[in-house]
Design a protein around this ligand. Structure first.
Ligand code: HEM
Length: 222
């Protein structure tokens, strides 16, 4: 008997999770060594990624196993667009389209993958759905409180981390894990989901590494 999928996912991705968590840019951002502009740049990358993820997942709303995970309460694009207006001003969309808001190569590559493989493979989308949304409902809450404290960013600039339609994150995450464990995935599907989830952490870590390069070293290194 194999372990429930939620446990397999957590254990299979634990090392990749630590590598992403320990990415220098993330550690500096959470350690107060960066600034509000660095957080704004991270949000801009997230907007590109979530626009691709939330577009690709629409191809799977009727999927017998994946459909149940797709939940408007999780959607991040509108929250990210509000954050973009806060950090970059009302004409942020024109700035983005005009290349005046830097989008890292790793972000573009990640979004392209979501756009292509994401439409074809339900297993691929579920893996990224789990890594991103369960991550935002977990570590994301920690990041929000740290950047608020270190850089004085008000809630108006941190909508991405606030799931307005989810009252309590823990019961939501527990129900998400139950849904993972209750879905009748074959062994082959599970192995694909596990592999894609580990890749997803690496794709996210690559965005952090690129951002560190793009923004240059912080004024004061730890
Ligand atoms: C940046 C620093 C990060 C911190 C401090 C952090 C912290 C945490 C913590 C405390 C949990 C456990 C929550 C629980 O058991 O309920 C967690 C879970 C998780 N994190 Fe992170 N995390 C970070 C980065 C990331 C990143 C970059 C991703 C992916 C992009 C991510 C994805 C996840 C996922 C998918 C889970 C859920 C694991 C599960 O319960 O199945 N985390 N994180």
């Amino acid at each position: 008997m194999s372990a429930p999928l939620s446990e397999e996912l957590k254990s299979h991705t634990a090392a990749a999770h630590s590598r992403a968590e320990e990415a220098t840019f993330v550690a500096e951002l959470m350690g107060g060594k960066r600034d509000a502009a660095a957080l704004a740049s991270l949000l801009a990358q997230s907007l590109v990624i979530y626009r691709a993820l939330e577009k690709a997942q629409t191809a799977h709303v009727d999927h017998p196993q994946l459909g149940g995970f797709i939940d408007a309460k999780l959607d991040r694009v509108a929250a990210l667009e509000a954050d973009m207006a806060f950090h970059y001003g009302a004409d942020w969309e024109a700035q983005l389209a005009g290349g005046r808001i830097a989008i890292a190569p790793a972000t573009v590559a990640y979004a392209e993958l979501l756009d292509t493989l994401g439409r074809e493979s339900a297993e691929f989308i579920l893996a990224h759905h789990y890594v991103r949304y369960m991550g935002d409902l977990s570590g994301g809450q920690i990041i929000a409180s740290l950047v608020q404290r270190h850089y004085g960013i008000p809630a108006e600039g941190l909508n991405f981390y606030h799931f307005a339609a989810i009252e309590k994150t823990k019961p939501y995450k527990d129900a998400y894990r139950e849904r993972l464990d209750g879905a009748d995935f074959t062994r082959t599907q599970k192995d694909a989901i596990l592999a894609y989830a580990a890749d997803s952490f690496e794709l996210n870590r690559a965005v952090f590494v690129d951002l560190g390069t793009l923004l240059g070293a912080p004024a004061v290194r730890a």
